[in-house]
Structure formats: structure tokens, C-alpha cells
Design a protein around this ligand. Structure first.
Ligand SMILES: Nc1ncnc2c1ncn2[C@@H]1O[C@H](COP(=O)(O)OP(=O)(O)OP(=O)(O)O)[C@@H](O)[C@H]1O
Ligand SMILES: [Mg+2]
Length: 313
């Protein structure tokens, strides 16, 4: 694998659930023609309405399921993996730790699956429990952990074999805001300190906002893939609120340009596709403007524009 090999490369992948057999063709496809490439060290966020196929896609890239057609390559190796699996870490959407043993025993068990043992394991566990700030609780039963502690222990578990690529399926869902911020801080730290490739799904737009790439899925297809900035640029415009001493000159200018606007006393609010158009209007009327605010679109608006749905629908 050379430096230019993508960490993850998916080529025309289709997938349907169900057992192999003559009737399987009648089952609808859950994933339709997915192609995607993720460079090493990227944090990619997969967004999409519930049921659109995010977990299914993550399971395929992890090698848990096999595509009906198309190929999945991770770290240069085509699934099903022989060696790449040892370099992939996973935090599933649902808690997967054993509740009736301690967090430490959980980590030990998963480490054994990857052949991590002895002093190396002891050092690794010290590091990981410190990383997710569970040192004081590592000998507690997972059953007695809070939701946030469980999610943090899940992250530690996913990292026990020092993977190069980490998949996180809704790592912060259901957490209180402070724990969510903590978990998110660990994720960003991993990317920065280890140049880890991180592939995650989330329903939180503020998390998507700080990822290097955002992929939006709907009905089993990728409907958009770009940086958060480019997506906002492409799918939303610029909202401008201007307070004027006199609104009439600016109103005439907006009418001339066919720019729809709203008016609230001496405040005018309008929307332009490009920031440069807003700037042009503002500078032509700078003498009349007392105050103004320029807001670019949000990823929420991008999501709504593309899927027609709110993220939680
Ligand atoms: N084991 C399964 N057998 C059959 N169909 C399944 C199975 N798992 C998921 N599906 C179906 O596949 C589709 C995609 O499900 P998936 O779990 O990938 O969605 P998701 O985008 O992860 O949703 P969420 O945001 O709710 O987690 C859904 O229609 C779901 O009902
Ligand atoms: Mg899911």
C-alpha cells in the first residue's frame, strides 16, 4: 500500500439482505451503486435519515457483510479481509460490551481476539483507560457504568489493537451534552495524534461540521459528498440582515435584481446564492446601512435541501 492508496475505497457496491437463493432477487436493494473513496487521515461523516442504509454500509466496509455486487477495499485489501481486519477498529451503534464483567476484562477479551497480550496489553490498557478517563473505574462491572461511561469504554475497546481505521456508528447518540463533547474530543484527538482514518455516522450536525468530508445518503444512495464548506456553499446561500436609516433605496435595488426580501421595521432580510452578490448589494448602499449581519447556510439546511427531511425523521 503506498501513500496515495485510499484508506477506504468502495466501488459500485449494491447490497440486499436475505439468504442466498432464487427468491433473493425479489428482495429490494438496501444499498444502490455506492462508490466512495476516503483518504488516510480523513474524518468522514456519514449522514442520512434513519433507515437509509448507514449501518449496513458500515458493516460492509467492516467486512461483517459481503456486498451483493461491487468491491470494498480497506487499507489496500479487498474484502473479505485476511490481514486488514487487524487494522480496523469498530464501535457499534448498540452497546457491545459484556455487562457482567469489568471494563478491564472486556478489553482483555477483545485484545485476545487480536493477539494483543502480555506487557504490551498492560501498557495499552493503561494508555486507553487514561485516554477515555476511566482509570478509576476500570475494575467496575460494565453493568454499573452510566451510558456515557459505556460509550467511552466502547471507544477504548475499539482501539485496543491500535487500528489504522476506526468506524464509529453513532458514537454520541443518547449522551448528555458534556459526555458528547468529551467523546467527540477523543475522536478528534485520535485523528490529530495518530492520523487515524475515522469513518463515523451521526445525527448531530455540529459533529458533521468539523469533519473533513461529509457524505449524505438517502434511500440507499449517496446523494452528496464534499467538505462541509463546499456543501454549504453549493446547497445553501447567504442570509443577510441589514438595518438601514431608510429602507427604500435598498428595497428598490433588491426589487430591481428580483431578490425576494422580508421587512421588519427598518430591517431588511434577504437571501443570495453567492456571498459576492450580497457584498455587491451592501457596498452599493453602504451610506444607508446602520448595521448588518451576514450568515452562511448550515449543514442542516444542506441536509433539508438534499433529502427534503429533517435529520431525525
Ligand atoms: N438484518 C437485516 N435484515 C433485513 N433488513 C435489514 C436488516 N438490517 C437493516 N435492514 C433494513 O435495511 C435498511 C437500512 O438499515 P440501516 O440499519 O442500515 O439504516 P441506518 O441508516 O443505519 O438507520 P439508523 O439511522 O436508524 O441507524 C432499513 O430499511 C432496514 O429495515
Ligand atoms: Mg444505523
Amino acid at each position: 500500500m503506498n501513500a496515495d492508496t485510499p484508506a477506504i475505497a468502495i466501488d459500485r457496491v449494491q447490497f440486499r439482505y436475505g439468504r442466498p437463493g432464487p427468491r433473493r432477487r425479489d428482495i429490494p436493494l438496501v444499498l444502490k451503486d455506492i462508490s466512495l473513496s476516503v483518504a488516510a487521515g480523513d474524518i468522514l461523516c456519514l449522514l442520512g435519515p434513519s433507515g437509509c442504509g448507514k449501518t449496513t454500509l458500515v458493516n460492509l466496509i467492516m467486512g461483517v457483510d459481503v456486498p451483493t455486487s461491487g468491491t470494498v477495499r480497506v487499507l489496500g485489501e479487498t474484502a473479505p479481509f485476511r490481514t486488514a481486519r487487524a487494522r480496523i477498529g469498530f464501535m457499534p451503534q448498540d452497546d457491545a460490551l459484556y455487562e457482567d464483567v469489568t471494563a478491564e476484562e472486556n478489553l482483555r477479551f477483545f485484545a485476545a481476539l487480536y493477539g494483543v497480550k502480555g506487557e504490551h496489553l498492560a501498557r495499552r490498557m493503561d494508555e486507553l483507560f487514561a485516554f477515555v478517563r476511566l482509570q478509576r473505574h476500570r475494575k467496575k462491572l460494565v453493568h454499573d457504568y452510566s451510558g456515557g461511561m459505556k460509550r467511552r469504554a466502547e471507544i477504548a475497546r475499539g482501539l485496543v489493537h491500535d487500528p489504522k481505521v476506526l468506524f464509529l456508528d453513532e458514537p454520541t447518540t443518547g449522551l448528555d451534552p458534556q459526555t458528547r463533547a468529551n467523546v467527540w474530543e477523543y475522536i478528534q484527538r485520535l485523528q490529530k495524534q495518530k492520523n487515524m482514518t475515522i469513518f463515523l455516522t451521526t445525527h448531530y450536525m455540529d459533529e458533521a461540521e468539523v469533519c473533513s468530508q461529509v457524505v449524505i445518503m438517502d434511500h440507499g444512495k449517496i446523494v452528496a459528498h464534499d467538505t462541509p464548506e463546499n456543501l454549504k456553499h453549493q446547497y445553501t446561500g447567504t442570509e443577510v440582515d441589514v438595518t438601514c436609516a431608510q429602507t427604500e433605496p435598498l428595497e428598490s435595488a433588491l426589487q430591481e435584481r428580483d431578490v425576494p426580501y422580508r421587512k421588519d421595521k427598518n430591517k431588511l432580510m434577504f437571501h443570495t446564492k453567492k456571498a459576492s452578490a450580497a457584498l455587491e448589494i451592501l457596498s452599493a448602499h453602504r451610506g444607508e446601512i446602520m448595521d448588518f449581519e451576514v450568515k452562511s447556510g448550515t449543514l442542516n439546511e444542506v441536509f433539508l435541501a438534499i433529502t427534503g427531511k429533517e435529520i431525525r425523521e
